[in-house]
Write a new protein. Structure first.
Length: 300
């Protein structure tokens, strides 16, 4: 069916579509100004196809501009097409767990990445637009019933409470996406429905458990102490080090430096014995044990 970019307001009092314009995009990125009051062949093309003869190649199979133009138009404006989904979302949607792991290893901060989706609605004389977050990898995997990938993403730190807007008037978390898919399995065979329902229900339970008691994150902990040159320290800093170890603090800076070096007070081994460093490392070890225990519970 041809795409017609007009309404009755495009017609004048005589019923002629003098205000009906081509939906094509020029090289400058602006909408074509050729309208249906052009010579007959061009007007006929605009009326039947929505494009003038020069921009007819931009029309896609759907009647909207083809993907090569990367724009779509309304009566009042031209807008960029939505960008493709991030690679990790595409991999999660198709169930490729190896690709998901590879993407997370390369870019762990992309665990919750998503594209922005543009929604445009024509109003009386203007366009109203909204920008929504589309699916994250977790939401895409949950909707498609990929249980192993959902668990993998939760372990990587994916946010199970985050919502997406994959289509107009739909805002859902990963668990809600799985629930909506669960209610829309009509058309599958009885065996496929049972298998899909079982996976989706497991995903819902897993996500509910992850929201109720999230997997503990790995704390930073203390970094590996490095060798410190006492000659670059101030006198007050040198005295603080010596005082901490009960050593003599009188004398010139050169004497203080030698005293610190002789005592080995700034060596990596000595610094690792610092109570604050030891406390941070102990806390990290406890958190790692709790994390592994929680992951084991979710795997069960």
């Amino acid at each position: 069916m041809p795409y017609f970019d007009f309404d009755f307001d495009d017609f004048d009092d005589d019923g002629f579509a003098g205000g009906f314009r081509c939906s094509g995009v020029t090289k400058n990125g602006t909408r074509c100004k050729v309208s249906a009051d052009s010579p007959y062949p061009t007007a006929r093309t605009i009326m039947s196809q929505g494009y003038c003869t020069q921009h007819l190649s931009q029309k896609g199979a759907s009647g909207r501009p083809s993907s090569g133009s990367r724009h779509f138009s309304t009566q009042y404006g031209i807008y960029p097409e939505d960008k493709p989904h991030p690679a990790v979302v595409v991999a999660a949607r198709r169930g490729d767990i190896a690709a998901v792991r590879r993407h997370l290893a390369e870019k762990p901060h992309h665990v919750d990445v998503c594209r922005k989706r543009l929604e445009v609605e024509e109003k009386m004389g203007y366009d109203k637009s909204w920008t929504w977050d589309d699916d994250t990898a977790l939401i895409a995997a949950a909707r498609e019933g990929h249980l192993a990938i959902v668990l993998e993403l939760l372990i990587a730190g994916a946010d199970a409470t985050r919502k997406s807007c994959p289509e107009d008037d739909v805002h859902e978390t990963a668990a809600e996406a799985a629930g909506r898919r669960l209610r829309g399995l009509a058309g599958l065979s009885a065996r496929d429905q049972l298998e899909k329902k079982a996976r989706l229900r497991c995903i819902q339970e897993l996500l509910s458990a992850a929201v109720a008691r999230p997997i503990p994150k790995i704390p930073a902990g203390a970094s590996e102490p490095a060798e410190v040159d006492p000659a670059k320290m101030t006198v007050e800093e040198l005295k603080a080090v010596l005082r901490k170890h009960g050593a003599k603090v009188s004398g010139r800076k050169a004497e203080l430096v030698e005293r610190v070096k002789d005592g080995g007070y700034l060596s990596p081994n000595q610094l690792s014995l610092d109570p604050e460093v030891a406390q941070a490392n102990d806390a990290r070890e406890v958190a790692l044990q709790q994390r592994e225990a929680r992951i084991a519970e979710l795997r069960a």
